[in-house]
Design a protein around this ligand. Structure first.
Ligand SMILES: [Zn+2]
Length: 75
């Protein structure tokens, strides 16, 4: 049901089946298909931020994890 191209406005965890509010954003890139500065963004709740980070790290994808709340405050 939940695609990987999650809408940031939804602020819901990107983990399949998880409906918790996202507290983290994971910006990542697949060097094989994403060239240049193109990044994808996943959102993660407190429970799944480690899962998603490890999922990407296991594939040697460059990634950055940052708190989502900081960005909300600026919006
Ligand atoms: Zn979650």
């Amino acid at each position: 049901m939940i695609g990987l191209g999650t809408d940031l406005d939804s602020a819901t965890c990107s983990r399949a089946g998880c409906r918790l509010d996202a507290l983290w954003r994971v910006d990542w890139r697949n060097p094989r298909i994403h060239t240049g500065e193109r990044f994808k963004t996943w959102l993660a709740c407190d429970l799944h931020v480690d899962y998603l980070r490890d999922f990407l790290a296991a594939r040697d994808f460059p990634l950055t994890v940052s708190a989502l709340s900081a960005e909300k405050d600026q919006a």
